[in-house]
Design a protein around this ligand. Structure first.
Ligand code: GLY
Ligand code: MN
Length: 358
């Protein structure tokens, strides 16, 4: 049933953008609408009237039958190109709405060349806004992903010791995710120690972790296709007083930003709350990314909590709050939680302790 509701919400875009049909070719939107977790070469066409059509390669037919909901399944025996021509003819779509940010130039070119009558309309903003409001099933899946992610921290703490490599910690975390029911990671585990912690998107490396180093652990399990995304900063032994000072500034910034969350507040105000705290401590110029982002099927979804965002938070959104400070050659600190926007404010979905774990 939830997917029927999602399909209904997505279908409203047909009216609002005045198009004949919608076309999706990326696995995240296709999974969102049809529950089919395709691999590649899959198309979903949603016409104004009638059933939606899923086009899959032959090898995916059985899996599509088992997984998909609310769609007709078509197997394309020749090529994806031929399938595109077929559906345009069959469904008489002339004005096609598709998310440009998830559509290849190859596909857009193929569509345009079929006939001069074909017109393409960008629906990136509209589909992002629909997906931003999570239904109950989606929130439950994210909560479970968060719980599994927290188990990853337990194991990271168990294994973390002098001489262990970042990759060893990451391997233990990924193993923990899998045995707890997570099929895949939301993104490659970040285990960044010492100097590496100053790189917000450092991936785990062969670097050995030493006593006195800070370790940023930013990890996310996926559950039923939905992401968790949490960061804790751990110190192996005692770290410098400067890093401790930064840690408490980041923690205060994170808590202050979370306190601002409620329906109707601008995403940019949440970002400003974190940035202002860091400014008081003199660290704002080292905070080089936005305060957070929506999570769902993808780890980075709408809305972004940044100073440039025009988004307003609404009940049902799930966002991360993750300020960080990164100083070259010294290190970095980031603390991240996943927060559900509710009618009365917010609920923090992650309960893992945030203190500098020594
Ligand atoms: N957890 C990685 C990121 O949010 O960029
Ligand atoms: Mn994040």
């Amino acid at each position: 049933m939830p997917h029927l509701n999602r399909l209904k919400r997505v279908k409203k875009i047909i009216e609002s953008k005045d198009v004949d049909c919608l076309l999706f070719s990326d696995i995240s939107n296709i999974y969102y609408i049809s529950h089919f977790k395709g691999f590649e070469g899959v198309l979903l066409i949603i016409p104004k009237d009638g059933t939606s059509e899923l086009y899959v390669p032959k090898l995916e037919y059985e899996r599509a039958l088992e997984e998909s909901e609310n769609v007709n399944i078509n197997v394309y025996s020749e090529s994806l190109e031929q399938a595109i021509k077929d559906f345009i003819g069959k469904l008489k779509c002339k004005k096609i709405g598709l998310p440009y940010f998830k559509t290849s130039l190859w596909l857009a070119n193929k569509l345009s060349k079929i006939s001069q009558e074909i017109k393409l309309e960008d629906i990136s903003k509209e589909i992002m806004e629909v997906r931003a409001i999570k239904d109950i099933d989606e929130v439950e899946a994210i909560k479970k992903a968060v719980k599994i992610t927290e188990k990853g921290f337990d194991e990271a703490l168990n294994i973390l010791s002098e001489g262990v490599r970042e990759l060893d910690v990451a391997a233990k975390i990924e193993y923990t995710f899998k045995v707890n029911g997570s099929y895949e990671v939301a993104f490659p585990c970040i285990v960044a120690s010492g100097r590496n912690s100053a790189l917000p998107h450092a991936t785990a490396s062969e670097k050995t972790i030493r006593r006195g180093e800070i370790v940023v652990v930013d990890i996310g399990a996926k559950y039923m296709g939905y992401c968790g995304d949490l960061t804790r900063t751990i110190s192996l032994g005692s770290v410098s007083s400067k890093l401790k000072d930064i840690f408490y500034a980041v923690l205060e910034a994170q808590k202050e930003a979370i306190r601002k969350i409620k329906p109707g507040i601008k995403a940019s105000e949440v970002d400003a709350a974190a940035r202002n705290v860091l400014k008081e401590y003199g660290y704002d110029k080292f905070f080089t990314h936005s305060t957070g982002h929506g999570i769902g099927i993808e780890v980075h979804e709408y809305p972004r909590l940044s100073n440039k965002s025009n988004a307003t938070l609404k009940t049902g959104m799930v966002v991360t709050v993750e300020p960080g400070v990164y100083i070259r050659d010294l290190g970095g600190i980031r603390i991240e939680d996943d927060v559900l926007v509710t009618d009365s404010g917010y609920v923090i979905l992650s309960t893992y302790p945030k203190d500098l774990i020594e």
